[in-house]
Design a protein around this ligand. Structure first.
Ligand code: NAP
Length: 517
């Protein structure tokens, strides 16, 4: 193969290579700096930082986690304008953090990692980028997000539609919705945020709902000038707000794990539905037929009112086919549309499905995960030494702020690196039997949770029905579990050690090797 100019350059050999500049990747960079490691690079496929908050620019995009809990604990934002921040404000915060912590020199923009191969002789990863450049880090941290591959459904006749069509995470701002007939497919968290925004601009909006979602009010309001002054002069006041938000997110998790307690939340949601939607026929269509919490609850005050506008229709007859001019529902009606917006969520079954990641013994991540995504504490995968994941399998999906989960993982990874150093190990890999036992316990605990038993199919479950997203406990229990890596859970080896290795089965059954220690 002819080598590109970039390929002929000498490989960079940082100690740590981080992939992604969302909250997770940037948080990792900051934690490494704080721990005294500056020998790292961060690869970013785009020309800007921000991850999901850069990608999702749909109208009304905002966070449904309180803003005080949606910032790093070690980089608090005293200036949030609202109790729940909007996408532009969150993106501004992320950019400010990059500046304040001088992270930019570490970031390689417009650089997409396209392959990762573990070099067993050197105990280093060989990471290649789209331009053919090679990085040979000791450690790779995958921080490329769990909700980033748009789920584009394969609905009959979709290719025939002649109008504009785009996914909510790839919003086409060149399409002016003013005066257009718009069809929205999906009624999840994203759609519930953009439907109220486009209703009124578009001439007409048809909302195609496959299943109703549970809705609760969003306690959003502007943060007052007095509160801002207090946050700045007495930071513990903002800490108190954070603590309140933390427990507000933590308590529902206990009910998600013990669904009998969910009746209280269901009653609150039904009360809101009755109050906001007087029409019994529409109310019946909007009443979910599964237990609350089984899918992510929508926090919104303006979704139900938007659906009752005269220029908005809720269609519950399933989509039968797309035509050149619109969508025909199963009841035979053709709903003419100029624009179709897919609020159909993300592909979550195997977030590394398209990645070329080759670990020990030439095993690919697809082979290791042929029965589904599995990891230890959502951060390490047996067979893939010196590789850490952020927001990996079964580490999120509850109600706690994902930033809290990420911070627990950042701490854990820094501790793992410390363990490698103190043990003079050049290779660290979670033991297959530890990962297996951990997952058996984890899935046992999830079995009774509302995510598994609530009678819905959500993105938490994979195609086999197994929950690959949720941590079966509170944020606090995850925090406790990730305080200190247990050295016994890992194979920690230095290069000379491996002269006395004995063969043992690898995670896929092929012969691998394990130290005799
Ligand atoms: P989602 O919650 O997965 O919702 C997707 C919607 O599309 C559902 O209503 C689903 O129907 C529908 N759908 C999917 N495939 C379909 C098909 N073939 N035909 C008809 N309908 C179809 O996706 P999302 O709204 O993008 O949200 C995903 C996640 O992103 C959220 O759960 C949340 O974690 C995160 N998010 C967070 C925020 C925030 O404020 N922090 C905002 C947006 C998103 P069914 O329900 O019947 O499957």
């Amino acid at each position: 193969m002819a080598s590109t100019p970039a390929a002929s350059e000498a490989a960079e050999t940082p100690d740590v290579l981080i992939v992604g500049t969302g909250f997770a990747g940037l948080g990792m960079a900051m934690k490494l700096l704080a721990a005294g490691h500056s020998d790292f690079v961060v690869l970013e496929k785009a020309g800007e930082v921000g991850g999901t908050w850069r990608e999702n620019t749909y109208p009304g995009c905002a966070c449904d986690v309180a803003s005080v809990m949606y910032s790093y604990s070690f980089a608090p934002n005293r200036a949030w304008s609202r109790m729940y921040a909007s996408q532009p404000e969150i993106l501004d915060y992320i950019k400010r953090v990059v500046k304040d912590h001088a992270l930019e020199p570490h970031i390689r923009f417009n650089t997409e990692a396209v392959s990762y191969e573990f070099d067993e002789t050197e105990d280093r990863w060989s990471v290649r980028t789209g331009s053919g450049r090679e990085y040979r880090p000791r450690v790779v941290v995958l921080a490329h997000g769990s909700l980033h591959q748009p789920n584009i459904p394969d609905l009959p006749g979709m290719g025939r539609f002649k109008g504009a069509m785009f996914h909510s995470a790839q919003w086409d701002h060149s399409v002016d919705l003013k005066g257009k007939r718009v069809a929205v497919v999906g009624t999840g968290s994203s759609a519930a945020q953009f439907i109220p925004e486009i209703a009124g601009t578009a001439a007409h909006v048809d909302v195609f709902q496959r299943s109703a979602h549970w809705v609760l009010p969003k306690a959003d309001r502007p943060i007052k000038a007095l509160e801002h002054r207090l946050f700045k002069s007495l930071p513990f006041v903002q800490q108190l707000y954070r603590l309140t938000a933390y427990w507000t997110h933590e308590l529902p998790v206990l009910a998600f794990l013990n669904p009998k307690f969910l009746k209280v939340l269901e009653a609150a949601s039904l009360r809101m539905l009755r109050k906001q939607v007087p029409d019994p026929e529409l109310r019946a269509k909007l009443t979910p037929d599964y237990t609350i919490g089984c899918k992510r609850i929508l926090l919104t005050n303006d979704y139900y009112p938007a659906l009752q506008r005269p220029d908005v229709d809720l269609i519950t007859s399933p989509i039968a086919e797309f035509t050149e001019t619109g969508i025909r529902s199963a009841d035979g009606e053709l709903h003419e549309a100029d624009v179709v917006i897919l609020g159909t969520g993300f592909a979550t079954d195997n977030r590394c499905a398209t990645e070329h990641i080759v670990g020990r013994d030439g095993v690919t991540i697809q082979e290791a995960w042929r029965d589904g995504m599995t990891a230890h504490l959502g951060t390490t995968v047996s067979g893939f030494p010196n590789m850490f994941m952020l927001m990996g399998p079964n580490s999120g999906g509850g109600a706690q702020s994902i930033l809290f989960v990420i911070e627990a993982q950042l701490h854990y990874i820094v501790e793992c690196l410390r363990l490698m150093r103190t043990r003079r190990a050049t290779r660290m890999e979670v033991r297959a039997e530890v990962q297996r036992a951990f997952n058996a316990r984890l899935h046992g605990k999830l079995a009774g949770s509302v995510w598994n038993t609530g009678g819905c199919h959500s993105w938490f479950l994979d195609h086999t029905g197994l929950n690959r997203q949720s941590w079966p406990g509170t944020g606090t229990s995850y925090w406790r579990a990730t305080r200190r890596p247990d050295p016994r859970a890992f194979r920690l080896t230095g290069r000379p050690d491996r002269r006395r290795l004995v063969p043992v089965p690898s995670p896929t059954g092929a012969a691998g090797s394990e130290s005799t220690d």
